[in-house]
Design a protein around this ligand. Structure first.
Ligand SMILES: [Zn+2]
Length: 313
């Protein structure tokens, strides 16, 4: 291994937003009595999200500000969505949507969006807020049945919603939308592009939502061809990442290019280029800094894929 590469850290483990320490207890959470006991237990912990923002206790090691049930009893009785995240050390952990009330002020605590909070929190808590944000957002958007238009109600501790119309009773489940994100390689170089919304000088892996009736490899090839005009042959899977904005699963791949000439579509990308291995090493090291060109921060799967590629993935 050469010296420059040694300064490139290995892939983060866990990748941001994965690696939750909570047991999702999918067997127990359907039991209404067990759930009611946990909801009323003084040991249980509640994470209040206000407009999808989370309370972070600032300090040397910032952490989530978990609260007791007593603070939210009235809100929950009035219909504020409250769902089970999981159990750790015998304590049930819940997320509650407190957006109906003005945001509470806790000393030394700041309400933060999930992406900013994830940069400060321990990896385990970043994974928990990804789950909480995705699920509460799904409940907020699915109050009515997609089949008949009637009201739906939360069931199974938050893992489904049931239509209240007796004739319909359709069951709805929280969704996860797969997105492929991929590095494309050719003769030791990588294809990266930039969207107009990126911070100037930032280049990243190309990405796109999977479409129905498409497998991962087909999606990678279609997206790369649409955005860059490059044909891709073999595709290999490297790693994945939950991306709770609102509910994606990023599927990280490396594809082998069959062609070289780049033709950008001009809509999604404003530029795409081949970067040498030496440039990629430099761009990974510059992530989060001011020098350009650079990769996005370590929080992103694109960054982790580049590191994995440098390590031989
Ligand atoms: Zn219905």
């Amino acid at each position: 291994m050469n010296e420059t590469l040694q300064s490139t850290p290995p892939v983060d483990n866990p990748i941001t937003f994965s690696g939750s320490p909570l047991d999702r207890v999918s067997d127990k959470r359907k039991n209404a009595d067990w759930l009611a006991d946990q909801m009323s237990s003084s040991k249980s912990l509640f994470l209040p999200l206000h407009e999808l923002k989370v309370p972070v206790e600032l300090g040397r090691q910032p952490r989530l500000n978990w609260r007791p049930r007593t603070e939210f009893g009235m809100l929950i009785r009035a219909g504020a969505p409250c769902l089970l995240l999981g159990v750790q050390d015998g304590m049930a952990h819940f997320a509650v949507d407190v957006s109906a009330a003005p945001p509470a002020r806790y000393e030394g605590t700041k309400l933060m969006d999930v992406r900013s909070a994830a940069m400060l929190l321990p990896a385990a808590e970043a994974a928990i807020i990804a789950q909480a944000r995705s699920m509460l957002d799904w409940h907020a958007r699915h109050r009515f049945c997609a089949v008949c238009g009637q009201r739906t109600e939360m069931h199974d501790a938050g893992y489904s919603r049931l239509c209240t119309d007796e004739a319909c009773k359709a069951q709805h489940f929280p969704r996860t939308d797969p997105v492929t994100i991929m590095l494309v390689e050719r003769e030791g170089r990588l294809l990266l592009g930039r969207q107009p919304r990126f911070i100037p000088g930032t280049y990243s892996a190309l990405a796109g939502f999977m479409e129905p009736g498409e497998n991962i490899e087909e999606c990678v090839r279609r997206e790369i061809f649409e955005e860059s005009g490059i044909r891709v042959g073999a595709v290999r899977y490297v790693a994945s990442q939950p991306w709770p904005f609102p509910s994606s699963l990023m599927i990280g791949c490396i594809g082998e290019a069959l062609s070289e000439e780049i033709t950008i579509d001009g809509e999604e990308l404003e530029d795409a280029r081949w970067f040498t291995r030496a440039e990629i090493i430099q761009m990974v090291e510059r992530a989060g800094g001011n020098e350009t060109p650079r990769m996005p921060p370590a929080l992103s799967l694109a960054h982790q894929l580049a590191r994995a590629w440098l390590r031989g993935a």
